[in-house]
Design a protein around this ligand. Structure first.
Ligand code: OGA
Ligand code: MN
Length: 207
């Protein structure tokens, strides 16, 4: 069994979100669990379970490699011990964010993502025109020994006009407010793995 996130870690994410709309945590997830999740992502990729990601929802759903070139597979509870451990940690984070920020986060959805060399995801917001349930984006990176010069950074476009580039280094957790933070994935020289997800609020309308 792995340990629960500490109260310090949880409140540092909550405080960062309140103050600046994003947070970076190098040690929220242990290297052991990160390694297990990376192995699971590779195993799923080798089995052909990862499929080209699409943009939008419903009838607007389309695969557009000119916008995003990653391959994904959605996570379900009960698929593996490593995934369930990750989901349990994210559940503590959901509760801490609700207690600190009153966002009314109701659930969490996430997928493994694999960007082949050269793939990218152009600047976007994590919200769909017809669904604004996604409130907080969370990305865990799964790449051992990512080096400067290999690209693949997550580029946050900050409200003040600047940018912040985050290397997709194993174990780093990036958290940001989905509606306020345009972001993009820069092309990488090597394969880039992550576990990307969203805390969602209750839907206002029945589709
Ligand atoms: C996404 C996304 C960022 C990343 O999947 O919507 O923006 O760093 N991912 O993988
Ligand atoms: Mn995104």
């Amino acid at each position: 069994m792995s340990e629960n996130p500490s109260l310090e870690q949880l409140s540092s994410i909550v405080d960062d979100l309140a103050e600046q709309g994003w947070s970076l945590q190098p040690a929220f997830i242990s290297q052991t669990l990160t390694l297990e999740l990376a192995q699971e992502c590779r195993k799923r990729a080798a089995q052909g379970a990862l499929v080209p990601a699409s943009i939008g929802r419903g009838q607007g759903l389309a695969v557009q490699e000119g916008i995003r070139g990653d391959r994904i597979q959605w996570l379900e509870p009960g698929q593996s011990q490593a995934c369930d451990q990750y989901l349990a940690k994210l559940e503590s984070l959901r509760q801490a964010i609700n207690q600190g920020l009153y966002l009314g986060l109701e659930d969490y959805e996430s997928h493994f993502a694999l960007y082949p060399p050269g793939a990218f995801y152009k600047k976007h917001l994590d919200r769909f025109r017809d669904d604004d349930r996604r409130a907080v984006s969370v990305v865990l990176y799964l790449n051992q020994e990512w080096e400067t010069g290999q690209g693949g950074e997550l580029r946050l476009h900050l409200p003040g006009g600047g940018v912040r580039d985050i290397a997709p280094q194993a174990g780093v957790l990036a958290v940001f407010l989905s509606a306020d933070m345009p972001h993009e994935v820069l092309p990488a020289q090597r394969e880039r793995l992550s576990l990307t997800g969203w805390f969602r609020r209750r839907g206002d309308s029945v589709l």
